[in-house]
Design a protein. Structure first.
Length: 171
């Protein structure tokens, strides 16, 4: 098979065609990518706590955190693809996640179940604030598809906060 000379190979443009303006494309893609880093961070923390949970309510909390982890990981592809659809790029590596994440990791050897629930509740509340900021940006730029997706994710996050709050209450 003959090789094609490098000078005759076409390279596809790096940006996806969109009717959003250049600033909108850049701002929205960057905001979605940073939000994606936070979702991955929260997913991993949720799974970490799911894997290392112990105690009296193990079964209930274990299943709840598994359900919440599934909800979070389900968001990731849609967020990344949305960033691409508006003409930007998305995450490229774990290092990229670490550079962008605003939620904190938890590498402790032991965390009590109560502290796990409280920390995840707080992280989900922070994620809601982040999503509301991204929602404002996408609405401002009339990116209705991103805005609509984010509204559903805010509702899911509010549900996670509710479950974590109620599960962590001491009656």
């Amino acid at each position: 098979m003959d090789q094609v000379p490098a000078t005759s190979i076409r390279k596809a443009p790096l940006t996806t065609p969109t009717d959003l303006g250049g600033n909108a494309r850049t701002d929205i893609a960057a905001s979605l990518t940073a939000m994606l880093a936070d979702v991955f961070t929260l997913y991993l923390k949720t799974k970490n706590f799911h894997w290392h949970l112990s105690g009296q309510h193990f079964r209930d909390f274990h299943h709840m955190l598994d359900d919440q982890g599934c909800q979070l990981i389900a968001m990731t592809d849609a967020i990344a693809e949305r960033a691409r659809k508006v003409g930007g790029t998305s995450l490229r590596s774990v290092g990229h996640v670490a550079r962008l994440q605003r939620l904190t990791d938890n590498d402790a050897d032991f965390v009590t179940p109560e502290d796990m629930l409280a920390e995840l509740k707080s992280d989900n509340e922070q994620l809601i604030r982040i999503m509301r900021e991204v929602h404002e940006l996408t609405a401002e730029h009339r990116d209705f598809a991103s805005t609509s997706l984010i509204e559903g994710w805010i509702d899911e996050a509010e549900g996670r906060v509710w479950f974590l709050f109620e599960s962590g209450r001491r009656n």
